[in-house]
Design a protein around this ligand. Structure first.
Ligand code: SAH
Length: 396
């Protein structure tokens, strides 16, 4: 096995069990390795530290499989890690009985570069790095064994694959599409999931708990849901008795699915739902100009800052929508505002929201800090895993 030798003094983050080895920490590779091959990571003095997947094209030159330098990385390793991740989902009461669950959350489940989401009897797999790419068949076998699912679809089409020198890959790897559309139940609602063309693996599982909170807060409230995607927050607001829900997204296919989703839930009062295909930045200004006001506003934008390098521009975009969020609230109104940018830390996000309130001339307080549910665990030593943060604020 080839050895990846670190520069002197560059073994600290590894000692803290952070799984990424950046190019700037690497002295060189001793021996030969192809992309995805397992390499022995050693300190400058030759001390063995870990076993990792080699990724010569990426700035993240290797991702650690195991901090035990003796652990054998083979099919059985993936069987163990996948099994442990699937079992972990049984621990938390709110995950039991859910149709849509993230089964594997990459680094935080000890499987860097691997995402797997279960929607009913279908697992959607996403490989974003050379390591899992090399072990694709072992991973698929392990997932099938751990879940008993008969269908596995691959959605390895995320942009980050390019950074690893990998081409996009999509398609069925086990079984085939069912005749009927894939529909999951989430906290009492039926929701269509388009695993082939939808965003990410088809759905935003990470907002499950926050959507439930929306339902609990929505009674009698005029609600605005910005960046609504397929309408899951909107439908929970309706289920909670919102007096009306205006939902905005720029994606026509997402809105079409949202309308289908409303029809799938005939218990909801469809006359209270209004859908608008628009750019949220422009729509918020238009709503202000129209003199509209709301009791509950949800801002769940896409990832404006995929990494720290985009943080400054992203901060301006977050600030902009939050200023309008505050301006459009009635007295006593609630703002649920989120950032899913890995490049923006939670303290920074809070500062942005605080500045937005000042610009809007509002006094507000945080009622609750919001995060992803427990099927998106955060490894203690991998703070990047805590990408989704939100604030529930109330204005005076
Ligand atoms: N809240 C959703 C997930 C939102 S994902 C849920 O719970 O499922 C972000 C959404 O923002 C996507 O649907 C995308 O189409 C939309 N979007 C991105 N940029 C936008 C813009 N400038 N204006 C309106 N929608 C936008």
């Amino acid at each position: 096995m080839a050895q990846l030798v670190l520069l002197a003094g560059k073994d600290r983050s590894l000692a803290h069990r952070h799984p990424w080895i950046f190019a700037a920490s690497v002295d060189g590779l001793r021996g030969r390795a192809r992309p995805g091959d397992t390499v022995d990571v050693v300190a400058a003095n030759g001390r063995p530290l870990a076993r990792a997947a080699w990724s010569p094209a990426s700035k993240i030159r290797a991702r650690v499989w195991s901090f035990d330098p003796q652990e054998v990385i083979d099919d059985a390793f993936f069987k163990r890690r996948v099994q442990a991740a699937v079992q972990r989902r049984q621990l938390m009461p709110e995950l039991r009985g859910q149709d849509g669950v993230r089964l594997i959350h990459g680094e935080s489940d000890g499987l860097p570069g691997l995402i797997a989401d279960r929607y009913g009897d279908t697992v959607v797999l996403q490989l974003t790095a050379t390591g899992p790419e090399k072990w694709r068949s072992a991973i698929i076998a392990a997932l099938q064994r751990a879940t008993g699912c008969a269908r596995i679809y691959e959605r390895s089409d995320s942009d980050v694959r390019r950074l690893e020198g990998l081409e996009p890959v999509s398609g069925w790897v086990l079984g085939e599409a069912a005749d009927e559309a894939l529909v999951i139940a989430e906290n009492g609602l039926r929701l269509k999931v388009d695993i082939v063309a939808g965003h990410k693996t088809g759905f935003y599982l990470d907002q499950r708990d926050n959507r439930l909170l929306t339902r609990e807060l929505a009674a009698g409230r005029a609600t605005l849901n910005c960046f609504c995607y397929t309408g899951a927050f909107s439908l929970q607001a309706l289920a909670g008795g919102a007096s009306g829900v205006l939902s905005i997204d720029s994606s026509a296919p997402a809105l079409a699915t949202a309308v289908d989703n409303l029809a799938l839930n005939p218990q909801l009062d469809a006359s209270r739902a209004e859908w608008r295909e628009a750019d949220v930045f422009a729509a918020l200004r238009a709503l202000k100009a129209e003199g509209r006001h709301f009791d509950l506003i949800i801002l769940d934008p896409p990832k404006f800052a995929p990494s720290g390098a985009h943080a400054e521009r992203a901060a301006r975009a977050y600030r902009d929508i939050n200023v309008f969020g505050f301006r459009l609230l009635k007295p006593g109104g609630l703002l649920m505002t989120y950032s899913c940018s890995g490049g923006i830390r939670s303290e920074h996000f809070q500062q942005i929201v605080a500045d937005a309130a000042v610009s809007a001339g509002c006094d507000a307080r945080i009622l609750r800090r919001l995060a992803a549910p427990p099927d998106h665990p955060v490894a203690l030593h991998f703070s990047e895993g805590e990408y989704l943060k939100g604030l529930l604020c109330q204005v005076d």
